[in-house]
Design a binder for this molecule. Structure first.
Ligand code: PLP
Length: 356
């Protein structure tokens, strides 16, 4: 329906909008429709849209503090706000000893924390030749992005362990099975590196037992990452916060406000206990970016906490979402979704009863 090459002359906005209506919209899946129940439905809000609009309008590129100080400062504040809403220990917050960053996706966050874990381990082992010994663990319900991330940071795919789960344990990762696989790897001369535990797995909504897995991770000196991409938002409600019990044993945790937190795409929060490890892995120091603020080490340069140099002002969006809804209404939103789920469960059970 569209021409094969780009127009040479500018076209009227009216014509473009007509083509949007006639050629684009019929081919879209309407993710924000009330009739859409796949994947992550109705995850946007007017507040998120407004924040996104401001972000696009300002179009600041806050790769380091000096390039747009308010962008960095707001991001640090919002990450602490969000971390406090989730009752994360102060070891993950700027107001404590850690810190947080906004990425576009969990996939990016996974690559970054795996790179930090890899570099820490290789330093301890004495060099890059040991990379083939490093092993990554996750349950067979964990998101496939962790396998991709491990491959991207150079860990051989044969060193990725997908530990089997079962219906009887709600598809959660068993600490005993994890220990068994780790001990087997150690006997083979391999080095356990990283464990991904999930709160709300993509295929089954399973929740891994963080506290017990954390103890195993500490015993074998594994980097423990918690992927709470979609279900993490629920933990702002006190009655659901227990799913995060044991988070103090983790090295890093991520969740996506763009899934269940009324924040338009894209937005992933990543908190890390030792930001220095991320920076050691990802920092670059080209002449053109040198400045006194960075040299003083008194500021955060987020370019060293992510893969890309350029970055969007996503914090503005999350800040507007939190302020416009407030914690009270954000909790109402989560609770109303859960109530709908419970209603549909009751209905389903009733229908089954009627049939039998
Ligand atoms: N982890 C979990 C548990 C998820 O549900 C998803 C998305 O489906 C992801 C990771 C990937 O998230 P993203 O699309 O932000 O990379």
């Amino acid at each position: 329906m569209l021409p094969e090459s780009a127009p040479y002359c500018p076209e009227p906005l009216q014509d473009i909008l007509e083509d949007v209506s006639n050629c684009i919209i019929p081919g879209l899946t309407h993710w924000q429709s009330p009739n859409f129940f796949a994947y992550f439905h109705a995850n946007a809000s007017t507040a998120g849209f407004f924040g996104e609009m401001l972000c696009s309008g300002f179009n600041v590129v806050g790769f380091n503090w000096i390039s747009s100080p308010a962008a960095t400062e707001l991001e640090s504040i919002v990450l602490d706000w969000m971390g406090k809403m989730l009752k994360l220990p102060s070891s993950f917050l700027f107001s404590g000893t850690g810190g947080g960053v906004l990425h576009g996706s969990t996939c990016e966050a996974a690559v970054c924390v795996l790179a930090a874990a890899r570099d820490k381990a290789l330093k301890e082992l004495g060099g890059w030749e040991n990379i083939t010994k490093l092993v990554v663990y996750a349950s067979d319900q964990a998101h496939f992005t962790f396998q991709k991330a491990a491959k991207l940071v150079g860990i051989p795919p044969s060193n990725f362990r997908l530990i089997e789960t079962s219906f009887s344990t709600g598809f959660s990762l068993s600490p005993e099975n994890l220990r068994f696989v780790i001990e087997d790897d150690i006997r083979s001369g391999l080095v356990p590196l990283f464990l991904c535990a999930t709160i709300g797995t993509t295929p089954s909504g399973a929740v891994d037992p963080i506290a017990e897995l954390g103890k195993v991770a500490m015993e074998f000196k594994l980097w423990l990452h918690i992927d709470a991409a979609y279900a993490g938002s629920g933990c702002i409600c006190p009655e659901l916060r227990h799913y995060l019990d044991g988070v103090e044993l983790a090295n890093s945790i991520s969740m996506n406000p763009h899934k269940w937190f009324l924040t338009n795409m894209d937005c992933c929060c990543l908190w890390i206990k030792e930001p220095k490890l991320l920076v050691d892995s990802l920092s670059t120091d080209p002449e053109i970016l040198r400045n006194n603020a960075s040299k003083s080490k008194a500021v955060v340069d987020y370019k060293d906490w992510q893969i890309a140099l350029s970055r969007r002002f996503r914090a503005l969006k999350l800040w507007v979402v939190i302020r416009r809804h407030g914690l009270a209404n954000l909790m109402c939103h989560i609770r109303s979704d859960i109530a709908m789920l419970n209603d549909s469960k009751h209905l389903w059970e009733k229908m089954r009863g009627l049939r039998s």
